[in-house]
Design a binder for this molecule. Structure first.
Ligand code: ZN
Length: 368
């Protein structure tokens, strides 16, 4: 704490972040939210500029006054694979999150200290409780228990499961080590909790391929009509199978009885501040985060309804400069403050990934 107190930007950030926690997760109109987030991101930007050399170099000739969220510089997400981006000393690293890289690529590395890690959990809890309630429900995890075994390489998948475990009890893994449904375990969970509120969680393609499809092909039906499914991850692997959100939900309902199904979008580089789907199928930006859609060629802000690259902003990370990231995901801004579900702020959809090209962020336009 002593070292933190000597950093005025950090102190400023912490005070403002605390006040952000007082607001309803989707309670602020975009204009109010932008003001608050601008101040927070300004403090984070200055903090990272001072404490992460690589970040400082990348943004060094950026204009330093930011009146709007879209004024902030952003890092292309692949930089987390190429550089060691951290704003803390080595001895303060509490955990390194790794996203699964391909063989030709280094995995992304996200450096967490204890305070950022705690802040991630706090924010995730606030956001998800808004959708699934405060009660800890019996939880069926659509994954294999081995995903958590390798502690040395803490994967983003493992981190996701661990983060979500907080919302459940009697954690049960539905898949075996070969990613096959563990029927005796699933049947026992069903015998115990059928007809009761339960929580299921898994990554979208795994829920579909290894659970819902398996139930369907083996003509099994579960009766979790009071159940909730939270699932995360892109649709890319499902696109070839021609599965969209509607058919996913319809087949889920048929095989498990679950009608409350929420997809959420989030980056491994911004764990905690996730964007959750509402009953109208729209992803919502919580008070802790925001989204900007940019033209893939000019990188100018795109108007509502236009497909573009997603930039995601988060008030959460202080141990690494991940507060403003240009993703390689394509999406569309659908509206602001007026979703029929009543949530304020921006809502959007994610349509997939940019084909394998390099996204040119500001890191490329400034030769440091
Ligand atoms: Zn909505």
């Amino acid at each position: 704490m002593i070292s933190l107190m000597t950093r005025p930007d950090m102190e400023n950030y912490l005070t403002q972040f605390e006040s952000l926690l007082q607001h309803d997760v989707y309670g602020l109109l975009q204009e109010q939210k932008e003001q608050i987030l601008c101040n927070i991101l300004d403090a984070l930007h200055k903090h990272h500029e001072q404490h992460c050399e690589a970040y400082g170099r990348i943004v060094n000739d950026e204009n330093d006054s930011f009146n709007m969220l879209s004024d902030f510089p952003y890092l292309a997400v692949r930089l987390f694979k190429q550089l060691d981006l951290r704003s803390i000393d080595k001895q303060d690293v509490y955990r390194v999150l790794q996203s699964s890289g391909t063989t030709s690529q280094q995995p992304a590395r996200v450096y967490l200290d204890k305070v950022t890690s705690a802040r991630q959990s706090k924010v995730l809890v606030k956001i998800l409780q808004d959708s699934i309630g405060k009660q800890r429900l019996p939880m069926l995890i659509i994954d294999s228990p081995s995903v958590l075994k390798d502690k040395a390489k803490f994967s983003a998948r493992g981190a996701g499961i661990q983060g979500l475990s907080f919302f459940g009890r009697d954690h049960t893994y539905a898949l075996d080590d070969n990613m096959q449904p563990n029927w005796p375990v699933i049947d026992a969970f069903h015998d115990k909790y059928a007809g009761q509120p339960v929580l299921m969680f898994g990554f979208t393609y795994m829920v579909w391929l290894y659970f819902v499809q398996q139930l369907s092909s083996s003509q099994r039906t579960l009766h979790f009509d009071k159940g909730i499914l939270l699932h995360s991850g892109g649709w890319k692997k499902l696109e070839q199978a021609k599965v969209d959100n509607d058919s996913f939900k319809a087949t889920l309902l048929k095989t498990t009885g679950i009608s409350r199904c929420f997809n959420f979008y989030g980056m491994a580089e911004q764990v905690g501040s996730v964007f959750v789907e509402c009953a109208h199928g729209h992803l919502h930006a919580p008070v802790f985060a925001d989204v900007i859609v940019r033209d893939p060629f000019t990188l100018a802000c795109s108007p509502n309804g236009e497909l573009g690259l997603l930039q995601v902003l988060s008030a959460v990370p202080s141990s690494y400069p991940g507060h403003s990231i240009l993703t390689e995901d394509l999406g569309t801004l659908l509206g602001v403050d007026d979703c029929p579900c009543g949530r304020k702020g921006k809502y959007f959809s994610v349509q997939g990934r940019l084909p394998k090209t390099e996204v040119r962020g500001c890191s490329d336009t400034h030769k440091g």
